[in-house]
Design a protein around this ligand. Structure first.
Ligand code: SF4
Length: 293
């Protein structure tokens, strides 16, 4: 009989603490991610904290300067191999942060995720980074492990990034593209960027035409107010437009703030507020919308 799935509670220390620092590593770190449904090995391509968004809910503390401005591929590869061996050998299960988890959860690597302290597609050698991870994944026999790109979608139209996405496609890849708004005004309010909203929408559409993608959307309160109903309706319209134009959306991850933010006016939704939003999205789009409070 199949084992029942392990419930990943948001009270677990390893779920609440997504520190991107492990041992003396620069690029690679482990997290237990509910959205990944288990152990995710993060690959931080931006220890320099570079990002083209300035989200009001971003947990990256940019008052403390970043560490390095280029990805050392050999070092990244070595760290990734070391952490894979450590996790599969049961080492993570003995770390205090992971000790309360069922051991199986810390041995099975659900995904290797480009994520971290900035926007991964801003590195100059994104495709080479993807290739390095794909090579390690294959050499380690991790055929069930996904390669995930967690992105704000602004750079998905760059030629080198498109090459990287094609490598991901051939290696169980999945793109998680951010969409936090339905209008340019709310997009600017929440994501604060000089990238235009229509470019984000075009990039999500083109990417979703080439392979199914996951949309990741953070919902929050801004000055005490959840996303207004007309904004949520516009957001659902944007999703429907992507699907009508031939984009494939595998699911929408609806989540809220989990860790301290730089802006005191950006605050977390309650579980019921988030669930109500997720239900509205399901009703208006017909898409699968898991909610993570
Ligand atoms: S896109 Fe991500 S890293 Fe960039 S500001 Fe927003 S939350 Fe922070």
């Amino acid at each position: 009989m199949a084992e029942p799935p392990v419930q990943i509670k948001n009270t677990f220390a390893a779920v609440r603490d997504h520190a991107r620092q492990f041992s003396d590593f620069t690029f690679v770190y482990p997290v237990i991610s509910r959205r990944s449904r288990g152990l995710s090995i993060g690959v931080n391509l931006n220890p320099d904290k570079l990002c083209n968004f300035d989200c009001i809910y971003c947990e990256v503390d940019r008052k403390i300067p970043g560490k390095t401005s280029r990805v050392d591929l050999n070092r990244m590869r070595d760290e990734l191999v070391a952490l894979i061996h450590f996790a599969r050998g049961g080492g993570l299960a003995k770390e205090p942060k992971f000790a309360e988890l069922p051991p199986a959860l810390t041995r099975t690597i659900k995904d290797i995720a480009f994520s971290g302290d900035g926007e991964p597609t801003m590195v100059a050698n994104f495709a080479a980074c993807v290739q390095a991870v794909a090579d390690v994944r294959r050499a380690e026999g991790l055929s069930e492990t996904k390669i995930v790109l967690i992105t704000d979608a602004a750079g998905l139209d760059k030629a080198d990034v498109r090459r990287g996405l094609e490598i991901m496609d051939a290696n169980n890849g999945e793109v998680w593209g951010k969409l936090d708004a339905g209008t340019e005004a709310y997009f600017q309010l929440v994501n604060r960027t000089n990238v235009r909203f229509d470019r984000i929408l075009k990039n999500l559409l083109e990417t979703a035409r080439a392979r199914p993608i996951v949309i990741q959307s953070l919902f929050l309160k801004v000055h005490g107010q959840p996303m207004p109903p007309e904004e949520l309706a516009a957001y659902c319209d944007r999703l429907n437009e992507i699907v009508r134009a031939g984009g494939r959306i595998k699911e929408v991850h609806a989540y809220t703030i989990a860790r301290p933010t730089p802006e005191a006016f950006a605050t977390k939704l309650s579980t019921s507020e988030l669930n109500t939003i997720a239900e509205t999205i399901r009703r208006k789009t017909g898409l699968a919308v898991p909610a993570f409070d």
